[in-house]
Design a binder for this molecule. Structure first.
Ligand code: CA
Ligand code: CA
Ligand code: CA
Length: 489
């Protein structure tokens, strides 16, 4: 019986909050912890009277082994482990949950579990871990040790208005007190920019962002001429060949070039070149090396010629009956670069004579001494090593006028002067080449080459082969056997 009474008493005494280790119970009987705070550091606790618990969060650097609590109760007294507590005075070790037992005069009790948790230490992280630019999309190098960020943007980029995209472990990033938004905020990177990263703990780290413009790759020769009479030049930028014509008879062994360049230095055979000063031997092609700011180099081949040793060697303008196998044979007496040369056909029935066809020889490359090129349609066989070239439209008949007084001219579009002219079946002392306002004399000497024939097989040919005395009447004859691609008889 006594055992039963004791059990009932215990149940009544603990009718409010249950002791630690048992499920929480609702308050009853008036015993309650009504407020709870830690004195130093001063932190208010949260009292849950339903669960009979108190939770307190103290700063990360608080030593919880000896804290004083200030509290109020509804009841007579409070004990911890049997020790009566005095608000604002009694020290306790809160490194583990502490049970505050509130007792009323009537014997009812409530056990409150006080849990003090230490807030995590605020992060000190304040790194920039990635950095790039949005437009142009250029990555930057982040030097974590030096807190330096560097990027090279393409030449011509406006560095005064760039948007950076970055990743940071801090809580904020500022540039001159302006909080940054990755991928949004515009800054002027003309000079180095300081990015200040703030950590959660209030500390900061400055990164210096330096953006440089890529060095120039420019290394072009933009103008070129030679200090000599009658000079004309053409720069073939695609192939980096500069073709220069000087007056016939000009010595090539020591000529001074005048040029402009987008590079930083020009040299020939390792010798620095000064425009208008340095002389070179242009007897053969001279290689100009142009160095760019970025260190890269380009080589321009400069070819200077005082005359081009190319002649019209044979013309078959007229075949028996329909003219379906016309051809013009060109012969090189020296090395000839055909780029810039055209063959112009001139109608001598007008006064002055007028260009009626033009064949660009540029695509035929270079000829060696003794080589020949035959401009002909499909019915003209050209034995090797002769080179055949069929101009557009030459699969048709009647491409070459038969005279009287018609002419063909090799025209140098770079030097704007004739290389060789042949008037046949008469003379033509005045002709205008399309694009040129001057009248030219296609007849070398007082008489031209002979006429071709519509009734006899044959051609108009230089004889001996390739001979050029400057007198077409003397150099040409009527050959009864055409020899396209082969030496004339
Ligand atoms: Ca003809
Ligand atoms: Ca004919
Ligand atoms: Ca021939």
């Amino acid at each position: 019986m006594r055992t039963i009474v004791s059990a009932v008493t215990i149940v009544v005494l603990l009718s409010s909050c249950a002791p630690i280790g048992l499920p929480p119970a609702r308050e009853a009987g008036g015993a309650a912890l009504t407020s709870f705070a830690i004195v130093a550091p001063p932190v208010e606790g949260v009292v849950d009277r339903t669960r009979c618990s108190v939770s307190v969060q103290v700063p990360w650097d608080t030593d919880c082994t000896g804290l004083v609590a200030a509290f109020t109760i509804s009841g007579q007294r409070v004990t911890v482990g049997g020790v009566e507590q005095q608000s604002g005075i009694t020290l306790n070790d809160f490194s583990r949950p502490v049970e505050y037992m509130v007792e009323c005069a009537d014997g009812t009790r409530a056990a409150y579990q006080v849990s003090v948790t230490v807030q995590p230490r605020p992060s000190q992280q304040k790194s920039i871990t990635a950095f790039s630019f949005v437009q142009p999309p250029v990555p930057a190098v982040v030097d974590s040790a030096q807190h330096a960020i560097s990027a090279v943007v393409p030449r011509g980029t406006d560095r005064s208005s760039l948007v950076a995209r970055y990743e940071s472990s801090g809580i904020s990033v500022c540039v001159a007190d302006t909080e940054q938004q990755s991928g949004v905020t515009i800054n002027d990177f003309t000079d180095p920019v300081e990015y200040v990263v703030a950590a959660e703990d209030g500390s900061t780290q400055t990164y210096v962002v330096t953006v440089l413009e890529a060095p120039s790759q420019e290394k072009a020769i933009t103008t070129f001429t030679i200090q000599a009479p009658g000079t004309a030049a053409a720069i073939d930028e695609e192939n980096r060949i500069i073709r220069v014509r000087v007056a016939e008879g000009t010595g090539l062994a020591s000529l001074v070039a005048v040029f402009t360049t987008t590079g930083t230095a020009v040299s020939v055979g390792g010798v620095a070149q000064e425009s208008g000063v340095t002389a070179n031997d242009f007897t053969s092609a001279v290689e100009y090396e142009v160095r760019a700011q970025d260190g890269s180099a380009a080589i321009y081949s400069v070819r200077v010629a005082d005359r081009l040793r190319l002649v019209v060697n044979e013309i078959d303008a007229d075949q028996v009956g329909t003219d379906n196998a016309e051809f013009i044979e060109l012969y090189a007496a020296g090395n000839v670069d055909l780029h810039g040369l055209v063959l112009v056909l001139i109608n001598g029935s007008l006064a002055p004579g007028q260009e009626y066809a033009r064949i660009d020889l540029s695509s035929l490359g270079e000829m060696v001494p003794g080589a020949c090129v035959v401009l002909a349609g499909p019915l003209v066989p050209v034995p090797p090593p002769g080179l055949k070239f069929t101009p557009p439209g030459w699969e048709l008949t009647n491409r070459i006028q038969n005279g009287p007084a018609d002419a063909v001219m090799i025209w140098d579009t770079i030097g704007r002067r004739p290389v060789d002219t042949v008037t046949y079946a008469g003379t033509l002392h005045r002709a205008v080449i399309a694009g040129e306002i001057v009248e030219l004399d296609p007849t070398e000497g007082s008489a031209g080459a002979p006429a071709d024939s519509n009734s006899i097989i044959g051609s108009i040919c230089r004889s001996p082969n390739g001979q050029d005395t400057g007198q077409n009447a003397a150099d040409f004859t009527f050959c009864p056997t055409p020899t396209p691609g082969a030496p004339n008889p």
